[in-house]
Design a protein around this ligand. Structure first.
Ligand code: NAG
Ligand code: NAG
Ligand code: NAG
Ligand code: NAG
Ligand code: NAG
Ligand code: NAG
Length: 388
């Protein structure tokens, strides 16, 4: 059935420094890193949260126009009265091995060295396989925090074990933003940056796990560095319905699964993707507001994170995840949409084996359920997918 979806086409488809420990000289060697955010900036965020001016949401159905004002009020109160970054920071340092490095300028189109923070957690198993995790927005290397322990030390000796490498993209989490002009940065530069990181760690071949914007980077990496990747695994194999698909839908020529999928995708892009349109057109114009209002940014983050998730985030995690993107400066991370959004089609046919997984269900947005059909559509036409 998936042959009707045009898979080949689709696949295709600051200010003050926040980092007090960033004093080592630039070097292309990874070095241990201790997370130590600028405490005045943390306190500044809390004070701004305490003077936050809420919006009145009237009778808008919950989540239709944005997150409910009562949720934002409660999260602001929590941030001001209860949230404690210092204990969170102690845990982040205690639970993971952090490193910092600089990679060489990736290409003629971006000629500055790039500083990166990354988590590198090695398994004690001799047969462990290196795995590189590429996150998206709104996210950081800590997206994988809850699964890293069991990947390194699986309960059963018959389960595979991994050496985990989870970088923060530039301008996300503990990686500073690019220092040079990003005018000509594309997913190819990102792919080179992260492959160079794996080279510095002496990982010749590795597994690649991607989600969201990381999927765009992965689709460059599997073409440009095909001999380095053992297998690409993605939970974000997003297929954009084409004009032809829409025409078949109109003419009742789609299967029920295709119809559900196309309508869910249209619904998302029609009603819930405004954030991405702004990020990829006017990221700087928006960033002034989001940088100035930590709670405004929290609401922006919270809407997307909560709507597309299958379970609620705790207030603690909402504030932590907001801070992790607010601290380095919001422009640096939302700007990546201009470089990575929607460029999901690999430039060439690729040979790297690809695995797709998809988690079902969203808590506030039943229309998105239809997107879970993507996997069954892809499975039927796996070989078409691999040819693309
Ligand atoms: C920490 O942040 C404050 C407030 O933004 C700023 O004035 C200060 O220069 C920063 N400290 C460092 C070491 O960057
Ligand atoms: C650190 O690990 C502890 C124990 O597993 C866990 O309760 C806590 O949530 C973790 N914190 C972070 C920030 O990963
Ligand atoms: C640099 O960008 C130009 C277009 O802006 C492109 O034609 C060229 O292929 C790029 N170079 C590399 C090495 O990617
Ligand atoms: C981007 O590419 C254009 C066209 O090649 C070039 O004129 C411009 O100088 C480049 N910008 C940067 C910052 O490298
Ligand atoms: C498609 O099917 C619906 C429902 O059965 C029907 O109302 C509609 O007229 C059909 N459209 C076309 C173009 O056949
Ligand atoms: C990919 O493979 C298909 C089927 O073999 C072929 O039609 C297409 O031209 C190839 N695309 C590229 C970009 O090489």
């Amino acid at each position: 059935m998936a042959k009707y979806i045009t898979i080949c086409f689709l696949l295709l488809a600051s200010g003050a420094s926040a980092f007090t420990s960033r004093t080592s000289p630039s070097t292309y060697e990874p070095r241990p890193y201790i997370v130590a955010l600028n405490e005045s900036l943390i306190e500044e965020a809390r004070l701004k949260a305490s003077t936050f001016r809420n919006s009145v949401d009237g009778n808008t159905p919950a989540w239709l126009d944005g997150p409910p004002a009562s949720d934002i009020e409660a999260l602001a109160q929590y941030w001001v009265d209860e949230y404690d970054w210092s204990t969170t920071q102690v845990e982040i340092n205690a639970n993971f091995s952090h490193f910092y490095t600089t990679v060489p300028p990736p290409s003629e189109n971006y000629t500055e060295p790039v500083d990166l923070h990354f988590i590198h957690q090695r398994s004690s198993r001799d047969d462990a396989i290196p795995i590189l995790f590429l996150h998206g927005w709104p996210s950081t290397s800590l997206e994988w925090g809850k699964v890293i322990p069991s990947l390194i030390n699986p309960e059963s000796s018959t389960d595979p074990a991994f050496h985990v490498v989870a970088p923060d993209f530039p301008g996300f989490g503990f990686s500073p933003d690019f220092t040079g002009s990003r005018e000509n940065v594309t997913r190819a530069e990102y792919a080179t940056i992260f492959t160079d990181l794996m080279s510095q760690l002496k990982y010749d071949r590795f597994l690649l796990y991607s989600t969201d914007l990381g999927f765009a980077v992965a689709n460059s990496l599997i073409v440009d560095y095909a001999d380095r990747v053992i297998n690409h695994i993605s939970d974000f194999y997003y297929i954009f319905p084409t004009d032809e698909d829409h025409a078949r839908l109109e003419a009742n020529l789609t299967t029920p699964e295709e119809s559900t999928y196309i309508l869910a995708s249209d619904d998302f892009f029609g009603y819930h993707s405004g954030y991405s349109a702004i990020h990829r057109t006017l990221p700087l114009a928006l960033a002034y507001t989001l940088n100035d209002s930590p709670i405004g940014f929290l609401a922006w983050y919270y809407h997307l994170a909560d709507v597309v998730s299958d379970r609620p985030f705790s207030p603690h995690d909402v504030v932590t995840n907001t801070l992790l993107l607010w601290i380095p400066g919001v422009y640096g991370n939302i700007r990546s949409y201009k470089e990575l959004f929607g460029v999901f089609i690999p430039d060439e046919n690729y040979t790297v084996p690809t695995s797709v997984l998809q988690f079902g269900g969203t808590q506030h947005y039943p229309a998105l359920e239809g997107l879970t059909f993507a996997v069954s559509l892809l499975e039927t036409d796996y070989w078409t997918m691999r040819r693309c």
